[in-house]
Write a protein that binds this ligand. Structure first.
Ligand SMILES: Nc1ncnc2c1ncn2[C@@H]1O[C@H](COP(=O)(O)OP(=O)(O)OP(=O)(O)O)[C@@H](O)[C@H]1O
Length: 601
């Protein structure tokens, strides 16, 4: 199925921030805001601030992205597109989780999904809710750690090739497989946009109590790979036959030659496609493996020149044939093929020996047999497992001869840790901006000074938290301590929490701003809380101080605790509890939350 965001329910009518936010909201559904967010932000984007928030009824913790309307002038369509894509992806994830069998007819996707160690759809940021307030468009998403992949790489200088670079790359490839299969291209894959799933510390502790720590210490790869989440779908879009992609968007260090050629070229350049994500994945893997960037030069112009010609930096050292290093270089070479038609697709790249053991072979085992593709199939994405094709494969991968090192140009390379990068938001074609905008096609690349300033601030923050950061073990879905060769391993987490739509605001208008409060709740995103459900038909819920939810409408005096079990209604809602009944049909009876300002939507 390929995504078409227009087929999703329309976005609610937006008020006009230029009328002091007093746009006509009479015809909008309004409701009491169900969320309270913390004062401190988790991160800032160009148009937004992200904060941790709590759903007052379920006590589930989320991330709340507050996109400022005043900065979005003429770019409302961008955020609508982002929400549309995230909503569609969320639907798809739910469908895949609920109906694993139904995909059997889908061939290739199913093949990877059912047998690969990583399941791509579990590595895409999940949108749970969205709504609008006077000043903001608000997205409520899965909560991730404040520390992103960029921080992790910078802190360690570079990542361990075998334990981290490989599985991280495989996981991201698997996530890209899912996206591309849905007809979506991300266009801003970079370390800053790769987050780590927030774990329930209590559950990790419980898990680690019960297993032999020796197994975890000896696990062959960093289990944090299962926590990677691709975030920031602000530049993501769909590939369709109707609109060609020619926008000059992305992040300079990560953009592919196709996008570079679109700079200022208008309609005259060749449209690009999914392969721009493959290139960016190569840049990211390179950054993980070396700690610096492949194409970065002293000036942006030089960087763009190097990208356009595929001139990446490699030290002139010998890589003994057959080593992991050589496989890594070979993998990178595939991602840095300038001609995008020759650059492998996500499915082809998954067969590369650098990552193939994380994907399945045709016969479903995780040994070193490589599902082969021959030269003919490289452009079609067809996979051929005939062993006669070994030499074709090796030729394709450049493994028959010693990997040829690309000679660096005369450009001065920046080989230190890169600064946090800024995305290029817009240039070229204007197919998704308001036609009334005169400025819509002008380039708005954040300047390097801003970027450096952010970098310095980030580094200061990182050094502050470095000492206090506890390295938490990844929760597992891998069988304890079992080797990768076990074909039954499925270690990717399912997403959570899985709230039913009835809890959500889904597009309503909030007539009061979202509140900020330093709520004091343990920072966890409970996976079991995803079991929390409303009995079908329910329209009123009561949350109690222990986080349970009472069905008040269909009533049946049933309570569900946060583990989804129906419990006897020995708990009663405290009479002192403040009740705020709205058309959202919710009564908040959690005393902890009463002190916060009233939320109306
Ligand atoms: N779900 C989340 N959990 C935790 N932190 C998050 C989450 N989403 C975003 N962040 C943090 O907030 C920052 C900004 O978020 P995001 O990148 O989505 O905003 P943006 O406006 O699209 O940013 P950009 O200017 O980079 O395009 C991220 O760099 C990240 O550190």
């Amino acid at each position: 199925m390929v995504f078409n965001y227009k087929s999703i329910d329309p976005w609610p009518i937006l008020s006009n921030p230029h009328e002091g936010g007093k746009g006509n909201t009479n015809n909008l559904v309004s409701s009491t805001c169900k969320y309270i967010c913390k004062k401190d932000s988790l991160g800032d984007g160009h148009f937004s601030t992200v904060k941790e928030c709590i759903n007052r009824q379920t006590n589930d913790i989320f991330a709340m992205k507050l996109v400022r309307k005043d900065l979005l002038v003429n770019k409302i369509r961008l955020i609508q597109r982002e929400v549309g894509i995230l909503r569609y992806l969320r639907q798809e994830v739910v469908r895949l989780e609920q109906e694993p069998e139904t995909d059997n007819k889908q061939g290739k996707t199913d093949f990877f999904r059912n047998t690969a160690i990583f399941e791509g759809h579990h590595h895409i940021l999940q949108l749970f809710d969205f709504f609008e307030t006077k000043d903001h468009i608000v997205l409520v998403t899965q909560l991730c750690n404040k520390r992103d992949l960029y921080d992790v790489i910078i802190e360690s200088g570079k990542l361990d090739l075998e334990r981290q670079v490989k599985p991280y790359t495989a996981c991201l490839l698997s996530a890209l497989q899912f996206l591309h299969d849905q007809g979506i291209v991300h266009r801003d894959i970079k370390a800053e946009n790769i987050l780590f799933r927030k774990k329930d510390v209590a559950k990790v502790d419980k898990f680690t109590e019960n297993i032999n720590p020796h197994h975890l210490l000896n696990s062959k790869y960093d289990l944090a790979s299962h926590d990677l989440i691709i975030a920031d779908f602000g530049l993501a879009t769909t590939i369709s036959n109707v609109v060609d992609l020619r926008e000059y968007v992305g992040t300079i260090s990560y953009i592919s030659p196709q996008i570079v050629r679109c700079k200022g070229a208008g309609e005259s350049c060749e449209p690009y496609d999914y392969k721009v994500d493959i290139w960016a994945l190569g840049v990211l893997s390179y950054f993980m493996g070396f700690g610096y960037m492949p194409f970065d030069c002293e000036t942006d112009k030089e960087t763009l020149d190097c990208i356009a010609t595929g001139d990446y930096y490699l030290e002139e050292t010998d890589t003994p044939p057959g080593t992991e290093d050589e496989l890594f270089i070979s993998f990178l070479k595939q991602t840095f093929i300038v001609n995008s038609k020759e650059r492998p697709s996500v499915h082809q790249l998954a067969c590369h020996p650098f990552v193939s053991k994380f994907f399945a072979t045709i016969n479903g085992s995780y040994d070193n047999k490589i599902p082969l593709y021959n030269n003919e199939n490289i452009s079609t994405g067809n996979i051929n497992n005939s062993s006669n094709n070994t030499s074709n494969l090796n030729n394709t991968l450049g493994l028959t001869s010693k990997s040829k090192r690309c000679k660096s140009s005369t450009s001065l390379r920046r080989l230190g840790s890169p600064s946090r990068t800024s995305s290029i938001y817009h240039t070229g074609a204007t197919n998704f901006t308001s036609s009334s905008s005169n400025n819509s096609s002008t380039t708005s690349i954040k300047d390097m000074a801003t970027s450096r300033k952010r970098h310095d601030q980030e580094m200061e923050k990182i050094s502050k938290i470095r000492d206090t950061l506890k390295r938490t073990l990844s929760m597992k879905a891998l069988s304890q301590g079992e080797p990768l060769s076990n074909k039954n391993l499925h270690s990717t987490f399912k997403i959570g929490p899985g709230l039913p739509d009835k809890y959500l605001m889904n597009g309503v208008y909030s007539v009061t701003p979202e509140s900020s409060s330093n709520f004091n709740t343990s920072p966890e995103l409970s996976r079991t809380s995803s079991q929390l459900m409303i009995i079908p038909g329910t329209s009123t819920t009561v949350s109690t101080s222990n986080g349970s939810v009472m069905d008040n409408d269909n009533n049946k005096n049933a309570l569900m605790n946060s583990f989804g079990n129906v419990v006897t209604p020995s708990l009663t809602v405290t009479p002192t509890a403040a009740t705020s009944v709205t058309n959202g049909n919710s009564i908040n009876a959690n005393p902890k939350l009463h002190e916060t300002p009233k939320f109306i939507i």
